[in-house]
Design a protein around this ligand. Structure first.
Ligand code: KG4
Ligand code: ZN
Length: 334
């Protein structure tokens, strides 16, 4: 048997990441340089700064990933890169670097969808069984994806406004917490003694779509009312109320999709998969219903290049390569 070794690059947002993956499973190296501190003082990712930082670090990160994997570049089989969605300037930096490297070594190029990457992070640790349902929750995405077979993606539901992580970050800001706020809201919710009841957006009967902007507005109104009345806000109670509202809808719709589509597994993916409330609620419900639930380890939930290498291996098996004029697509569809 031959070994397929893929060098993968991910620069769609504020992480410069390069990884070397064998046969879509074995992580030889997984290097991530986060720009979080740079963007923190602006309260969010500044696209122009993100691109510039990627330019500064991408070559170094590539060198580090190769060195750490302890491989000869002559043994590489292909170069994979996130094509989209994401910030266009940030994506271009990774694509240009991947193309340059691929042409210098005469290797095929494989463009990967960022969400396919998040989903296939699960393949680095588990054996996937189809058909399956994936719940992708991150700063930029909230999607329920049905997969009949490897590489076939059908989005059955998605957010109509804010992504889950985005809602978390906005609520955190309203509560005076630092960016990115998701983990801080999560922590506050853990220490709450009660919750402030907030609305749940179920949308039309049978819809797998989500909406979080109404909930975010409800939180803002609670915060403002307390301010107007001169009352001290019980932040943990607000955090728990918000989190329970988000989790209820995510869990209900995911489980309904698993049943309706006859899925053998439920996969969780994306940065918000780090949320303790969501993990334990999904675990509890899946256990009762006898549904196998897969959640990647935390470092593979947030943006990384190992997941891009895992998704790229699938395309490699089909010899589904990209042309050398591959273009960044900030709104690439799955
Ligand atoms: O997947 P990711 O690293 O980047 C994107 O592709 O968007 O996700 C980042 C998002 C941020 O919005 C962050 O606040 C959220 O994931 N997040 C959390 C938690 N940890 C990260 N949200 C809720 N609870 C957490 N523990
Ligand atoms: Zn992501």
């Amino acid at each position: 048997t031959t070994t397929t070794t893929i060098l993968a690059v991910e620069t769609s947002c504020d992480e410069t990441a390069v990884s070397i993956i064998q046969n879509g499973k074995k992580i030889c190296s997984n290097v991530i340089s986060s720009q979080m501190e740079t963007h923190q003082k602006f309260g969010g990712v500044v696209p122009e700064i993100a691109s510039r930082k990627h330019v500064e670090t991408i070559t170094l990160i590539m060198e580090e990933a190769i060195k750490e994997a302890n491989i000869d570049v002559k043994d590489l089989s292909a170069v994979a890169v996130t094509q989209g969605p994401g910030l266009v300037g940030a994506l271009i930096v990774g694509i240009v670097a991947a193309k340059a490297f691929a042409s210098a070594l005469d290797l095929p190029l494989i463009g990967v969808h960022h969400i396919a990457g998040h989903i296939y992070a699960n393949q680095l640790v588990y054996d996937l069984e189809y058909p399956l349902i994936s719940l992708v929750v991150s700063g930029g995405h909230t999607e329920l994806v049905f997969m009949e077979s490897p590489g076939s993606f059908q989005i059955i539901g998605q957010t109509r406004d804010d992504a889950v992580g985005e809602a978390y970050d906005k609520v955190a800001r309203a509560l005076g917490l630092p960016y990115p706020g998701g983990p801080h809201v999560d922590k506050l919710a853990q220490i709450a003694d009660a919750e402030i009841e907030l609305p749940r957006a179920w949308l039309e009967q049978g819809s797998y779509d989500f909406s979080f902007s109404g909930l975010k507005s409800a939180v803002l109104s609670v915060v403002n009312q307390a301010k107007m009345k001169g009352e001290t806000l019980n932040k943990p109670q607000v955090a728990l109320g918000f989190q329970n509202s988000v989790i209820d809808v995510l869990v209900e719709k995911s489980l309904k999709a698993v049943k309706q589509y006859g899925a053998k597994q439920l996969l969780l993916a994306g940065g918000v998969a780090a949320n303790r409330g969501l993990r334990s609620a999904l675990q509890a419900r899946c256990e009762i219903e006898g549904i196998p639930l897969l959640i990647p380890p935390l470092e593979l939930c947030t943006d990384n290049a190992a997941m891009i290498g895992a998704a790229a291996f699938l395309k490699w098996e089909k010899q589904d390569f990209s042309a050398m004029d591959l273009k960044a697509d900030p709104r690439l569809s799955l």
